[in-house]
Design a protein around this ligand. Structure first.
Ligand SMILES: Cc1ncc(COP(=O)(O)O)c(C=O)c1O
Length: 388
């Protein structure tokens, strides 16, 4: 048999999915893979029941149903004052995962370079490989996860750099980029004429006093920003696979074509039902923020009581916990032991860092109180069970 593709030969199994299997094997509470264990808003699921009867059940327009794009455009203007033409500046995709892939394929030629902050969401590595681009990593330095402006400039000015990926709020470190940091990124993007591809899936999961800003709204950034985003986290519908790309008409024209060949379109009935969510008033988003603030405070308060070190998340629903005091050389081994001996599943931090970093494990806390309390209860004797 001839060999399979070289491009994908280096792909490894996702460590996150592996930790889910390990958690299941030991009956551990799975705080590794990041999805909520509570229901989406009833208004959305009620509408889905109606849509099941009345349709649509056939292909929607390739770049997304008209009412969905219009509702999205209104929402973007409401939250960020950003006017987006629903016909020319939006493509609805199968999750932000496809949005990022379509954006990367629209921007990159084989051999182009893409700047990625490390730690990073694991898909970006695969996105660069599939689009033929080469990643250039810039460290976000723990424990505050700030970056060095000179280091960023040295990366951005390398020959062949075409784009930078900005995950804000960040998975895994829970960072919300400050105005100053966004200004620095924008200045460099303009100075070296590169695109900024954003991943803003946690835009509405931001803890006070932090605020999510769209880098596209900074002067000179609208035409070079490609927003990738999704409904997965905002409406707790990760399984519906609804995402989108927003960018200038020139870029969107290309993204539409890539998206057409990748997937034809997002699911028509789910778009129709999810429009309900896009039209929610401010109180929904305030409630979402309060709910997540509650979960964050419950979980991180518990970690504090146990005496574990961590960086307080400013956004998203993950926390990186420092395990350097436990005497392990391998965070993977630590996570396997944690699932087996303590009964809680976590992700080894090394799977997110380009740097040789072994100090962190990642928990996610988008869980019901009972689940979080049970996990904290198990973690309370982590020292006696895990210390080497
Ligand atoms: C930073 C980030 N981007 C994208 C995704 C995937 O989003 P979607 O479900 O819209 O494909 C995730 C899911 O965990 C994520 O954490």
């Amino acid at each position: 048999m001839k060999k399979l593709s070289e491009r994908t030969a280096g792909f490894t199994d996702s460590v996150i999915r592996r930790m889910t299997r390990v958690s299941n094997q030991y009956g551990a509470i799975n705080l590794s893979q990041g999805f909520p264990d509570f229901d989406p808003p009833g208004e959305i699921t009620d509408r889905l029941k109606e849509v099941a009867g009345e349709g649509p059940h056939q292909y929607a327009l390739t770049w997304g149903a008209q009412n969905f794009r219009e509702a999205l455009s209104e929402k973007q203007e409401h939250f960020y004052g950003m006017k987006v033409d629903p016909d020319k500046e939006i493509v609805i995709t199968c999750g932000s995962t496809e949005a990022m892939m379509a954006a990367m394929m629209s921007v990159c030629n084989p051999g182009d370079k893409v700047v990625i902050f490390s730690p990073f969401y694991e898909n970006y590595g695969a996105d660069t490989i599939l689009s033929g681009a080469e990643p250039v990593y810039v460290p976000l330095k723990p424990p505050a996860f700030g970056f060095d402006g000179d280091e960023l400039e040295n990366a951005v000015k390398q020959p062949g750099v075409k784009a930078l990926i900005l995950c804000n709020p960040s998975n895994p470190c829970g960072k919300v980029f400050t105005d100053e940091e966004l200004n620095t990124i924008a200045e460099l993007a303009i100075k070296y004429d590169i695109y900024v591809i954003t991943d803003e899936v946690y835009e509405h999961i931001v803890y006070k006093p932090h605020v999510h800003r769209c880098i596209a709204m900074l002067p000179g950034m609208r035409e070079r920003t490609i927003i990738c985003n999704s409904l997965s986290k905002t409406y707790s519908i990760t399984g519906w696979r609804l995402g989108f790309v927003m960018a200038s008409p020139e870029i969107i024209d290309r993204v539409k074509k890539v998206h057409d060949f990748l997937t034809v379109g997002a699911a028509a009935p789910l778009m129709e039902a999810a429009v309900t969510g896009l039209r929610f008033g401010d109180s929904y988003y305030e409630g979402l923020r309060e709910h997540y603030t509650h979960m964050r405070d419950l979980f991180t308060g518990g970690l504090e009581n146990i005496g574990l070190q961590f960086t307080r998340p400013q956004g998203a629903y993950y926390v990186l916990v420092d395990i350097s005091g436990f005497g392990y050389d391998s965070d993977l081994e630590f996570c396997e032991d944690l699932a087996r001996k303590v009964g809680v599943g976590a992700v080894p931090g090394s799977s997110f860092f380009k740097e040789p970093e072994n100090r962190y494990i990642r928990f996610h806390f988008a869980k019901q109180d009972a689940t979080l309390n049970k996990a904290l209860d198990r973690l309370s004797d982590i020292r006696s069970k895990m210390m080497r």
